[in-house]
Write a new protein. Structure first.
Length: 100
């Protein structure tokens, strides 16, 4: 779960999402160019899983694979907080959540 302020920090995918009418990176919406070389037009640093250091979750100390996040998806859902900044997003008082 991500709050409204952190939605713009989430990375985008390189391929088109043609099955969704409101997707961010289709050709019609102007988010992607035709015949674009992603290697040349992308960021100067490419993602490499061997050189990237994954951060740890503040609650369970598990690895987080989304860059910029401080909490893993499971802990963020259980606590009802944003995965990136930790702001309370959802009230989980009346939820029946397991401790597993």
């Amino acid at each position: 779960m991500v709050c409204d302020n952190c939605k713009k920090k989430i990375g985008t995918v390189a391929t088109q999402e043609v099955w969704k009418s409101g997707s961010r990176n289709t050709v019609e919406s102007g988010g992607r160019k035709l015949n674009e070389n992603k290697l040349l037009s992308g960021k100067s640093t490419r993602y490499s899983p061997y050189t990237t250091k994954f951060s740890k979750c503040k609650v369970c100390k598990g690895t987080i694979h989304q860059p910029g996040s401080t909490y893993c998806q499971g802990c963020a859902y259980k606590l009802g907080i944003c995965t990136m900044c930790g702001v309370k997003v959802l009230q989980t008082k009346n939820y029946r959540q397991s401790s597993v």
